[in-house]
Design a protein around this ligand. Structure first.
Ligand SMILES: Cc1cc2nc3c(=O)[nH]c(=O)nc-3n(C[C@H](O)[C@H](O)[C@H](O)COP(=O)(O)O)c2cc1C
Length: 459
């Protein structure tokens, strides 16, 4: 890792979205708490985002469906209707009142959407039913059997998707354009194109799913065509520098750590091509997911090997991308401080998912901790602080307020975040409560190289 100092708590100009005062970003996090049947953010969502806003801090929304065709999970929000736009406006206002910035992550799930979602009231009468992809390739598990998904009617096998025609794709671009316009009307500061995690755009990138022989299949250039067209359409609505993109390059040909079975015979080639293609657009940022996080093994923070695995995408893609690059996936306070470097060897900012769920004031907690440590301690990657609320995975995708807006903040307890923060954050009673504290002796321990390899092979 670089020897230049960390930039985690220095300003960053994020395209024309705005000037960040720090680089601790809220990663996009689906929470399944949208209102039914409107699929709009609720009053508790307004509170959830307000809690996580900080002056000059960037929040990325949970993934937001561009159209009913994308519905793949119960109670996830959209941005195609007036009701949804009005509800999102309340979210953006709440974040702006606290001096924060917020971008909307635009989502199409493609084949991850089960056709049963056509029964949802927002889909009834729609011509374009859920369950589409680059090709008619079903999501299968490693055993070769159809993968499983959750619908409103319970667990179902993933279905064989319909292949989108070239005409369908033109209509899809129009859906992205409308969603981008709606995000503008809702008062967002920018939008992020979700091209990661095995959803529709990623399905076009990966040749294990994209078997097309037209201008959208075959070569890397062709498989990147949809990504480019979506970025161009969305950029046509927003000004230069207000659009971000998320990619999740994986690293094992025809298998390994992939999302929803999205495999490729040469992942390095397709993702290198995609990253370089994105240099042609004046993006606000590129957010990349480290392959150590695949969403399957976060039940136990103290046993999660992902927190100790190396940063593969940083090594591969930082030098290829010319703009602001945000990293996500398995960062701890100490490793985020180390990985956030401005010298092209590090990420420009770090997006946190799970720790931001359970610590609404995560930027303030991290800042207080880093200010309280000597530089020798800060550089010690095995030292993680005991002052974070532990997240409860059981409530990630639950309903209601529990595990959503009831995690305690330092400021709710009246603690000062500045000069006396060190003593405050070490006072357990302040943040202990219903949620357990992280055990530093377990979370901070490094795995050996052999343990790393073994852990990866089980993913
Ligand atoms: C509950 C949950 C929901 C998520 N939802 C989304 C999402 O809507 N969009 C997205 O791009 N990533 C999503 N992710 C991935 C996160 O943005 C993030 O990359 C991941 O949690 C790894 O970061 P972490 O180790 O800091 O948690 C989700 C992760 C979790 C745990």
């Amino acid at each position: 890792m670089s020897s230049s100092p960390s930039k985690l708590f220095t300003p960053l100009q994020l395209g024309s979205i705005g000037a960040l005062q720090h680089r601790v970003v809220l990663a996009p996090l689906t929470r399944n708490r949208a209102t039914e049947p409107e699929l709009a953010p609720s009053d508790t969502a307004v509170q959830y985002y307000r809690q996580r806003a900080s002056p000059g801090g960037l929040l990325i929304t949970e993934a937001v469906h561009i159209s009913p065709e994308s519905l793949a999970y119960p109670s996830t929000p959209g941005i195609w209707s007036t009701t949804q736009v009005e509800a999102w406006r309340r979210v953006t206002q709440a974040v702006h009142e606290r001096g924060g910035l917020i971008v909307c992550q635009l989502w199409h799930t493609g084949r991850v959407a089960h056709p049963d979602f056509a029964k949802h009231p927002s889909n009834v009468g729609e011509r374009h039913r859920p369950g589409v992809s680059a090709s008619q390739v079903q999501i299968v598990s490693r055993s070769g059997k159809p993968g499983k998904t959750l619908t409103y009617d319970g667990i179902r096998d993933f279905a064989v998707p319909r292949e989108l025609s070239v005409e369908d794709l033109q209509r899809l671009i129009d859906d992205y354009t409308l969603a981008a316009q709606n995000a503008k009307a809702a008062g967002f500061d920018g939008v992020e194109v979700h091209a990661a995690h095995g959803y529709l755009i990623d399905q076009f990138l990966n040749n294990g799913v994209n078997c097309r022989t037209d201008q959208y299949g075959g070569s890397c250039e062709n498989r990147c065509r949809l990504l480019r067209q979506v970025v161009e359409a969305v950029s046509g609505v927003w000004a230069d520098g207000k659009v971000g993109v998320r990619l999740s390059p994986h690293d094992a040909p025809n298998g390994g750590n992939t999302f929803y079975g999205c495999t490729d015979s040469n992942p390095d080639a397709i993702y290198s091509h995609a990253v370089q293609a994105l240099n042609e657009y004046p993006l606000a940022y590129l957010l990349v997911t480290e392959p150590r996080w695949v969403g399957k093994h976060d039940a136990n923070p103290e046993k999660d090997p992902g927190f100790q695995m190396p940063l593969i995408n940083l090594q591969k893609y930082r030098s290829l991308f010319h703009g602001v690059m945000i990293g996500a996936g398995g960062f701890t306070p100490a490793s985020s401080y180390e990985a956030c470097m401005e010298d092209r060897q590090g990420y420009d900012a770090i997006a946190f998912g799970r720790w931001f769920i359970s610590n609404p004031d995560l930027p303030a907690r991290l800042k207080a901790w880093h200010q309280s440590k000597s530089s020798r301690d800060r550089q010690e990657p095995t030292r993680d602080p005991p002052w974070l609320n532990r997240y409860d995975r059981n409530t990630f995708y639950a309903s209601g307020a529990e595990g959503y807006i009831d995690y305690p903040s330092m400021e709710y307890e009246g603690a000062a975040l500045s000069s006396n923060a060190t003593t405050s954050i070490e006072h357990e009673g302040m943040i202990a409560g219903k949620y357990q504290l992280m055990d530093p002796s377990k979370v901070g321990t490094s795995l050996t190289a052999t343990e790393n390899t073994e852990a990866r092979s089980k993913l």
